[in-house]
Design a protein around this ligand. Structure first.
Ligand SMILES: [Zn+2]
Length: 118
């Protein structure tokens, strides 16, 4: 079970790429999928996810760190290119996590700035 945030309406949902139970939004583009993957409990603490959820429901648009989104998009693109890779999703997730850890400072400052904005 993956706790995720719908970046359209801000409600918590299960599974980054599943349809939102409230607004039915499904992330389809590479960028949308990368953003929804980042806002799951795989990469962010539950209290961070809840803060993001509240901000979106309050009408704010989530701000992502470009380097972070691009890094995840590159990993997802590699999975899309090679169908065999899909069976190795767990390994790719680990690689994505390592990239995110490397960008950790950027991510934290980006989310922090966004959550505390305004
Ligand atoms: Zn939604």
């Amino acid at each position: 079970m993956t706790a995720a945030v719908c970046l359209e309406c801000g409600r918590m949902k299960t599974g980054a790429w599943k349809a939102c139970p409230v607004c039915r939004f499904v992330p389809e583009s590479l960028e949308d999928r990368a953003r929804h993957l980042i806002t799951t409990d795989h990469y962010l603490k539950p209290d961070k996810l809840e803060a993001i959820s509240r901000e979106i429901q309050a009408g704010q648009k989530p701000q992502f760190v470009d380097e972070q989104v691009r890094a995840v998009m590159e990993q997802l693109e590699q999975i899309d290119k090679d169908p065999r890779e899909k069976q190795r999703m767990q390994r790719v997730k680990l690689q994505v996590r390592l990239v995110l850890i490397a960008l950790g400072a950027l991510i934290l400052s980006g989310i922090w700035l966004w959550v505390n904005r305004g």
